[in-house]
Design a protein around this ligand. Structure first.
Ligand code: BES
Ligand code: MN
Ligand code: ZN
Length: 496
């Protein structure tokens, strides 16, 4: 979908569709007022009659409204005036865009930036409107031999307003578009099956992205990682015929001397569990086990697209977790790049095994902060469901900074404890550390495991097992936490 910003009168514009908002009780947004005036009060009459609903997110399509030049008017309910939350705003935009797309219109003018959203600046409203509109129109049909041509879609969305757009608005539009493209990339990579989205495929995508957006990409193969001593990472790929790829991306948008933020994404392109094999039901969803990696690639797409002034490094330990005659077996002891030895009691706790070596590799960048992103534990889904990502950090200020970025991006993460008491659970009688800590607090003990490899810098960990994809009827990747990460980096860039 194409986006633009334009100054326009809602009542007199030649458009296939204009979208205006009405509050509960009939109070109208400025654009709705113009439309109502031009239609001799017809809109207000429909609201009074109850034919146009004003409940938050409710949409009504009006066709050929007399006195109004647009062919269609979509009226979206905004709930109580003065009460529009960020979520309410996003739901209203998504609903209205879907309603417009369901009509025959291929283009719409959305008069949404004038809606007052609690605690949300005009540029923020533009970024959210673009991101949520794009998200609502996302489709993954590249592997269908026949595309569904009847599927409703809009090809152009114009963010319209009675006022002249400011410079900050134009910048916000580009930022929104870049974020949307980043989210779409993460969703595509997640939705691709593991026979296409292999470690090599992820590496190719990283190289391609680096070429297009001018950042450096280096792919370390098996030999390179052997030389680095990444025995933990390599223990996971042992059972697979797909070659492992350790992806390094270096985006240099900031001053040379600025310490980078390092993003580390779990890149298990399929997680069978290995010898500790998973049950068959829903195992297909383990193609999403590279969603952390997808979110790092998506975030690079977003920040490079908006030419963000900050240094960021992306690290993706990518491989497949398979059972075979060469696979790592329960009880095997491996040596990580840090030198710490690990007893692999369960080969299905493989995420932490690939991440720990990437966390050690990160030390060479003397990072300002490291954030790892991983579909790490089923236990996190039990703890937080599909609403919030689990958030852990070894510095409270960093946890707060990440949580605040998530709230502003409507891609929320919730703080979880990293107390030493939990470290007891991952003791091993035979090695420095065991890779599982039993059933209690499974998401916490996984984070505790990682913390032992992240002692040299401020570090945060996002467990996205519950938020990276949806199951059931709406099955598919969400692209989370690209909005959180992008917002975090935008705020860091602005502060620098
Ligand atoms: N990729 C899974 C975590 C997962 C499972 C995410 C289900 C989303 C849905 C991870 O590699 C895993 O298998 N974790 C185990 C750890 C356990 C063996 C300690 C888990 O959560 O069961
Ligand atoms: Mn696993
Ligand atoms: Zn996994």
């Amino acid at each position: 979908m194409e986006f633009s910003i334009r100054q326009a009168p809602a009542d007199r514009v030649r458009s296939a569709c204009v979208i205006v908002g009405v509050y509960e009780g009939g109070a109208m947004s400025p654009a709705a007022k113009l439309v109502d005036l031009a239609a001799s009060g017809h809109l207000a009459k429909l609201v009074r009659a109850g034919d146009v609903k004003t409940r938050g997110g409710a949409c009504t399509l009006l066709h050929g409204l007399a006195g109004v030049t647009a062919e269609r008017v979509v009226v979206v309910g905004l709930g109580k005036d003065g009460d529009l939350t960020l979520k309410g705003f996003r739901d209203a935009v998504a609903g209205a865009v879907r309603a417009a797309a369901a009509s025959a219109a291929r283009e719409a003018m959305l008069f949404a930036t004038e809606w007052n959203v609690t605690g949300c600046s005009a540029p923020e409203r533009i970024r959210h409107a673009v991101a949520v509109a794009a998200e609502s129109q996302y489709r993954f049909d590249q592997l269908k031999s026949k595309k569904d041509d009847d599927a409703p879609s809009l090809s152009r969305l114009i963010l319209a307003s009675a006022d002249k757009p400011r410079a900050a608005d134009a910048a916000a539009l580009v930022q929104g578009e870049s974020l949307a493209a980043g989210v779409a990339l993460a969703r595509d990579l997640g939705n691709l099956p593991s026979n296409i989205c292999t470690p090599s495929y992820l590496a190719e995508q990283a190289v391609k992205l680096g070429r297009e957006f001018h950042f450096k990409t280096t792919i370390l193969d098996r030999k390179d990682t052997e030389k680095l001593g990444m025995g933990s990472y390599l223990s996971v790929t042992r059972g697979s015929a797909e070659p492992p790829k350790f992806i390094v991306m270096e985006y240099a948008g900031g001053p040379k001397k600025q310490q980078p933020v390092v993003l580390v994404g779990k890149g298990i392109t399929f997680d069978t569990g290995g010898i500790s094999i998973k049950p068959a039901g829903d195992m297909d969803e383990m193609k999403y086990d590279m969603s952390g990696a997808g979110s790092v690639l998506g975030t690079f797409r977003a920040i490079a697209g908006m030419k963000l002034g900050i240094n960021v490094v992306g690290l993706i330990p990518a491989c497949e977790n398979m059972p075979s005659g060469t696979a790592t077996k329960p009880g095997d002891i491996v040596t990580s790049m840090s030198g710490q030895t690990i007893e692999v009691l369960n080969t299905d706790a493989e995420g932490r095994l690939v991440l720990c070596d990437a966390l050690t590799y990160a030390i060479r960048y003397q990072p300002a902060a490291v954030i790892d992103i991983a579909t790490l534990t089923g236990a996190c889904v039990i703890a937080l469901g599909h609403v919030a990502s689990g958030l852990y950090a070894n510095r409270d200020e960093l946890a707060q900074e990440v949580a605040a970025a998530g709230a502003a991006a409507w891609d929320r993460a919730w703080p979880m404890p990293l107390w030493d008491d939990y470290q007891e659970q991952i003791k091993s009688p035979f090695a420095d550390i065991a890779n599982i800590g039993g059933r209690p607090a499974g998401s916490v003990t996984a984070a505790c495991f990682l913390s032992r490899f992240a002692r040299d810098y401020p570090w945060a960990h996002l467990d996205i097992a519950g938020t990276a994809w949806k199951s059931g009827r709406d099955k598919g990747s969400t692209g989370r936490p690209v909005p959180l990460l992008t917002t975090f980096l935008m705020r860091r860039a602005a502060a620098a």
